[in-house]
Design a protein around this ligand. Sequence first.
Ligand code: ADP
Ligand code: MG
Length: 270
Amino acid sequence: MTEDAMRSDVEAGMTGLAVRLRGVTKTYDSGVAALGPLDLDIRRGEFVSLLGPSGCGKSTALRLIAGLAPPTSGTVRLARQAAESRGGHAIGFVFQEPTLMPWADVAANVRLPLTLANVPADEADRRVMAALAQVGLAEFARSYPRELSGGMKMRVSLARALVTDPDILLMDEPFAALDEITRFRLNNDLLALWRNLRKTVIFVTHSVFESVYLSQRVIVMSARPGRIAAEFRIDAPEPRGEEFRTSADYVGYCRTVSAALAPAYEGQRA
Ligand code: ADP
Ligand code: MG
């Protein structure tokens, strides 16, 4: 990080933090109060899940953090990022749908953010190949989305988010549509990436099991408008793997988190 960036973080009271939300609310033009008020600090390098029922405002929270929509009130502050001084983006976003361009091959899909940022061709080539290697798709640069499985498409989407080397990765139910075994593999690969790259990850899911498996901290949200109902630190040793997934500790965490989540489903029909 540059000295300037460090100074501005100190001035903003952001030392050690990646994201700070204060009194954040979002009411859509339709009048729907989707979120908040929300106060939330996320540490640099932390892996945090936002867990809550469908419609509680999780995607809204991510969009506000990404700056894709303004809050109705309150402040969203990101640490001034090291990525900016590298010419990168502060944020990488992985959506629930892989949203790939069907007419473009895998490399061209991953390259899109670099093309938009006018990164020189040879550097872009290098970064695209590095990102594909990170997600285990180096061999598939010339394949087309239609030739890929759902899990592989999601890997392409992840590579596209990583190619700008963002400090913060926002992931909106990225694995919800995948079968369980594929999801487990992507969970493990994501954890390995997180350990290697040390990005801040904010991961949205409605799965208790997934949130506990992946996160250092699980934020349980209330029904709409989404507020923080509870939060849990998941103090399992790293690296996590099948041993953790089948452990008594894991089951215990899942039970506790489920109990905190249950009220958010009250009044909803199954
Ligand atoms: P989640 O991701 O937890 O399912 P969302 O953040 O997508 O929840 O939505 C929260 C609430 O806001 C829902 O009631 C949804 O219908 C509403 N909502 C989301 N986006 C918009 C929008 N662009 N305009 C109006 N209402 C919206
Ligand atoms: Mg959503």
